[in-house]
Design a protein around this ligand. Structure first.
Ligand code: ADP
Ligand code: MG
Length: 689
């Protein structure tokens, strides 16, 4: 077969209005204005905005664009767009392609259909989008995409990008303060770096089309365990099938054109499960890139008659899908602040950032738990393959030993039996080898970055990074406040590290996070163990968390309250959709099939036929009763936007019935003749590609 040759350097970023493009196409004055807007946060003057808009439009038209859209990230977790033509008529037979500075920088969108948690009064349905000059515009589907933030008429944020940008800025300021304490006067900016690993399932379109639950809920509501699952581990890193390889190749090309640095693609543990990881980039771009990746995964799959499932738990009893948020801090000189240094002073600095992280995770463990909580991820967290619902940090044996030595002020047990004096001694080598690192930990230190592993596969990475950035900014600001006043910096630093590690060591856990013993041990340590979204949500608006985000100007109380309401309403809605889908499938397809088969059997002559018919009837009756109860529970259900009480009702009354009905249907599936069973089985779906 003819393989087309692609030049990746040509292709990469070819549809992006990148810095290079700006440098080539803008006047020096305008380019400088944009640079200072991006790095110093200055506002762009109108003339520069007009010039950028014109250059951007010209470039986009060369790339075949006829339309432009403000591209934003509302609280649905998806992206949204509002397309407009460049076309503007200027009299008879004359058209102009136009994009002015005003259209570039500001847009208006009807916000009434996006979740706002009551932030938009109904009489004021206008929402505004405003250009985010720190992420690049790009051309996709003959449309110029302009990344924007999204807010209400009153200026309240209605999106996921605004808080992310704010948290990046706040963290930057605090990191620079700390670096100054270590005598670093060169660094101007520190930016969080993020590389999200994305897991997903790829299944055959024909199978998907026959499963109402996959189409409406994104997951199967029932399904018997396939005769062969993942027990042989033959899928993990296994050879990629030609059809999947073709899909991955096309996906890579599409992503590369948009400047998304997709790098590794491989098979995951479960059959039909795969992973894609990009090369890491600044947190803001990483978030845009991940949104584009999720969108293109679905789009490219459909061109191959495949469907990409991003749900966290598409199949009960089969590994679910998560997203690993690899997070570190880089200076504008390219130094990674989470990399243990070679000199005593670099190590002291590293330990200070580590201490801030440890303290932050301990103090804001509930917020970290909250930002990954939603119905899809409830199936996963605390399950067998995912991290437990308890937040803890894995540091590895070497680093844990260093911390113990700091806490006790004792000899550090290396060959030299030294006493580790911060800022004077070097730390022992921390091996970067990651082969046997702890996979059960929700937050693992992996040599030069932290890997936050609790994220669900379908979620935007914005919120988790907002939490990481803000809690880190908070702790660094406290440290800086104290150390800036120090008389003896080194002694004070040593004491600060000792106190911090001593007071927050409970959050460090290097053992098996899946074990029952850990649950008991974590309880003894006073760590929180929030089981599901409904249990988590009150923490979202606890005093501690509201304080954190308001103090750093990330959210107002009103904005947090709104987000809290949106999460709860979403929980009720998702549960209702699942319940209704289950009822439809059970009542209109499964029960009729079961009873049809049992009638057919009961006319048979053998004992086995009669026994089986009885068993089918018994289970069928139970399922019918359960459906009836579920219908009644839905009829009695409180309003979907009724806050925490409604969410509790759905969690306690409705969710268990959906689960029980699913189990009952799964067992019926195993005893109903294949020709009568109305849906593809797990084996059909998982081994279809
Ligand atoms: P794995 O976790 O599967 O072993 P890698 O270690 O290669 O894979 O990295 C996974 C992800 O972490 C990639 O997206 C990679 O770009 C990202 N990553 C690597 N180094 C850093 C860093 N310093 N900061 C943030 N992300 C990073
Ligand atoms: Mg990883």
């Amino acid at each position: 077969m003819y393989e087309k040759f692609i030049d990746i350097t040509e292709l990469f970023g070819s549809m992006v209005f990148s810095e290079d493009q700006m440098q080539q196409r803008l006047s020096p004055a305008c380019y400088t204005a944009w640079k200072s807007c991006v790095s110093q946060g200055t506002t762009l003057d109108r003339t520069s905005a007009d010039e950028i808009a014109e250059a951007m439009k010209e470039w986009a038209v060369e790339k075949g664009a006829t339309h432009f859209t403000h591209w934003f990230q509302p609280m649905t977790g998806f992206t949204a767009e509002k397309h407009e033509g460049f076309l503007s008529s200027t009299g008879r037979n004359k058209v102009l392609m136009e994009l002015g500075g005003k259209a570039l920088t500001r847009g208006e969108a009807d916000a009434s259909s996006f979740p706002s948690g009551g932030l938009r009064a109904t009489f004021e349905a206008r929402g505004y989008t405003a250009w985010d000059p720190t992420s690049y515009a790009f051309v996709k589907d003959n449309t110029l995409y302009i990344p924007t933030i999204f807010c209400s008429y009153g200026g309240e944020t209605l999106d996921k990008k605004t808080p992310l940008l704010r948290s990046i800025r706040v963290l930057d300021r605090q990191c620079v303060r700390i670096l100054r304490l270590f005598g670093n006067d060169r660094v101007q900016h520190v930016t969080p770096q993020v590389g999200p690993e994305q897991e997903y399932f790829l299944i055959d379109r024909a199978m998907y089309d026959r499963r109402e639950d996959l189409k409406l809920c994104g997951r199967t509501l029932f399904g018997a365990k396939p005769p062969k699952g993942q027990e042989l581990d033959d899928h993990y890193y296994g050879a990629i099938k030609p059809r999947v390889a073709a899909f991955m190749r096309e996906l890579d090309e599409e992503l590369w054109k948009l400047g998304v640095p997709a790098k590794t693609e491989h098979n995951e543990v479960a059959p039909s499960q795969h992973e894609l990881a990009p090369i890491y980039s600044d947190a803001n771009s990483a978030c845009d890139y991940n949104q584009l990746t999720m969108e293109l995964l679905k789009r490219v799959a459909s061109r191959h008659d495949l469907v990409c499932l991003l749900h966290e738990k598409p199949f009960a009893g089969v590994n679910g899908s998560g997203k690993h948020d690899n997070w570190s801090l880089a200076t504008d000189e390219g130094e990674n602040l989470l990399k243990p240094g070679r000199t005593p002073s670099q190590n002291a600095q590293f330990l200070l950032f580590l201490a801030a992280f440890v303290k932050g995770v301990d103090e804001y463990q509930e917020m970290l738990r909250c930002c990954v909580s939603y119905p899809g991820n409830d199936h996963r967290l605390g399950g067998n393959e995912a991290p437990p619902a308890i937040v803890s940090i894995f540091l590895g044996d070497e680093l844990a030993a260093v911390i113990q030595a700091i806490i006790s002020g004792s000899e550090y047990v290396d060959v030299a039996k030294r006493r580790l004096e911060i800022g004077v001694d070097t730390m022992p080598e921390i091996p970067q080898d990651t082969t046997d690192r702890n996979r059960t930990s929700p937050l693992a230190f992996t040599g030069n970055k932290f890997e936050f592993r609790m994220l669900g596969s379908s979620q935007s990475i914005a919120s988790p990074n907002v939490v990481l950035n803000t809690m880190m900014a908070e702790e660094l600001s406290r440290f800086a406040d104290r150390l800036e006043k120090a008389d003896d910096f080194r002694a004070d630093l040593q004491e600060l590290l000792r106190e911090t590690f001593r007071d927050h060591q409970r959050i460090i856990f290097n053992g098996n996070g899946y074990g029952e013993e850990w649950v008991a041990e974590a309880a003894r340590r006073g760590l929180s163990n929030l089981k599901d979204t409904v249990d988590c949500m009150p923490a979202y608006i606890s005093d501690r968390n509201v304080d954190l985000f308001t103090r750093h100007g990330i959210f107002s109380y009103k904005e947090m309250r709104a987000r809290y309401e949106i999460h709860l309403e979403n929980y009720c809605k998702v549960t209702t959709i699942e319940a209704n889908t289950l009822l439809d499938m059970a009542q209109r397809h499964i029960l009729p099939a079961v009873f049809r088969y049992s009638r057919e059997l009961s006319s048979g002559a053998s004992r086995a036929q009669r026994v089986l018919a009885e068993e089918l009837d018994r289970s069928g009756d139970s399922l019918y009763d359960l459906c009836l109860a579920l219908r009644q529970a839905l009829e009695k259900a409180p309003a979907l936007d009724g806050g925490i009480d409604s969410a509790r009702y759905f969690r306690d009354e409705v969710v268990p019935m959906i689960r029980r009905a699913g189990e009952l249907i799964s067992s019926l599936e195993t005893i109903t003749a294949a020709e009568h069973w109305p849906y593809p089985t797990y084996a059909d779906i998982l081994f279809s590609v």
